[in-house]
Design a protein around this ligand. Structure first.
Ligand code: KG4
Ligand code: ZN
Length: 340
């Protein structure tokens, strides 16, 4: 520790995870995440329950983050928080908490865009982890997002493709629900897919112009396929679970790779950095590894704890903005829709 070190407390509460992190410059000292199991029973996030759970979790989560980092709140240089995009009720909890704490401690407040944070998570300083060089293509794939972003530098980025309806994580989770798997089903599809034949069943690849995605038609095609098959054989799902999961995953990965490949071709940028919960998927990881070998791309996948919703990614943006003295004041409010 030296006197020039910058300590930032970061807070994330945009959806259903309450998270707090303490950064020392670009290094993570702690990154605490409280998941909200309450939504499992409903098969998706219930906004009102999410905001109540954030209210219960935020104080202990911040407390733990400071304790784990072994930092006293009076040592903090600034507070960074997720301003948006996200669920309004959830964002308000983190925003109000961050504003009050920065006022109480009389230290700067830094607003962070959640989508920018998913991308800049690649700049967290981790041993044995390289950072992508500019320009690169960031692909954010999760339960709430599906975007391809051209990143020219830390604060200059442009969305060049995004989903017109469901996010890719929803395509995984809704397909899983149709198969009777619990929420969130993405990881279970991945696990079953490893034991199945990806070419067993065929689902259509949606035709969407440009670099955009659409997953709602895909989800419907899985539903119709399963309904039809169940009429002929009530045990169809049980008998073919692994093959259905492998075929669903293979199709989703092909939909993603088709557009990523197109983005690489159109921009001439061959560095691809992915983020978001779906980047844990073994199918997409394998496809990117193949792209490195076969086409000479450079691909980056952050450590899993920095790729799902977490406060360390808010903290790295907080640090980069702190260096620019890009602060905000206490009149700021949460923003559910917040462009990059
Ligand atoms: O980033 P995240 O934790 O939360 C947000 O949605 O922002 O992402 C969660 C999503 C869920 O849809 C979950 O099913 C999916 O990521 N997911 C996966 C895998 N692990 C998580 N989808 C497919 N394969 C996986 N291994
Ligand atoms: Zn997210």
């Amino acid at each position: 520790m030296n006197s020039q070190d910058i300590f930032i407390l970061a807070i994330e509460s945009s959806c259903d995870d309450t998270s707090a992190a303490v950064m020392c410059n670009d290094k993570v000292l702690s990154n605490v995440v409280a998941n909200q199991a309450i939504h499992e029973a409903y098969g998706g996030v219930v906004p009102e329950l999410a905001s109540r759970a954030h209210q219960q979790n935020i104080v202990p989560v911040v407390h733990q983050a400071l304790a784990k980092a072994n930092i006293d709140k009076n040592q903090l240089s600034a507070i960074a928080f997720t301003r948006g995009p996200g669920l309004m009720g959830s964002l308000l909890v983190g925003t109000s908490f961050a504003k009050s704490l920065s006022l109480g401690l009389n230290i700067p407040l830094i607003e962070v865009n959640h989508m920018q944070a998913h991308i800049l998570a690649h700049f967290i300083n981790e041993e044995n982890t390289a950072k992508p060089e500019f320009p690169f293509l960031a692909v954010t794939i999760s339960g709430g997002h599906t975007q391809i972003v051209k990143v020219d530098d830390h604060f200059n980025m442009e969305i060049i493709g995004e989903t017109l309806d469901d996010a890719v994580g929803e395509a995984f989770d809704k397909s899983a629900k149709i198969l009777g798997l619990p929420y969130p089903g993405g990881p279970l599809i991945d696990r079953n897919a490893a034991l199945g034949n990806p070419k067993a069943f065929e689902f259509p690849i949606p035709k969407v112009r440009g670099l955009n995605f659409s997953f709602s038609g895909f989800k419907t095609s899985v539903l119709y396929f399963v309904e039809k098959a169940l009429k002929e054989d009530p045990d169809f799902i049980e008998k073919h679970m692994n093959d259905i999961c492998a075929s669903v995953q293979d199709t989703i990965v092909r939909i993603l790779m088709q557009k990523i490949k197109k983005a690489v071709k159109e921009t001439g940028i061959r560095t691809v950095a992915i983020g978001g919960g779906v980047s844990a998927n073994s199918g997409i990881r394998k496809a990117l590894e193949d792209a490195e070998k076969d086409w000479g791309w450079k691909t980056f996948i952050p450590k899993f704890e920095y790729t799902t919703d977490n406060a360390a990614m808010i903290g790295i943006v907080g640090y980069l903005k702190y260096l620019e003295k890009d602060f905000t004041d206490e009149t700021i409010s949460a923003k559910a829709r917040f462009a990059l």
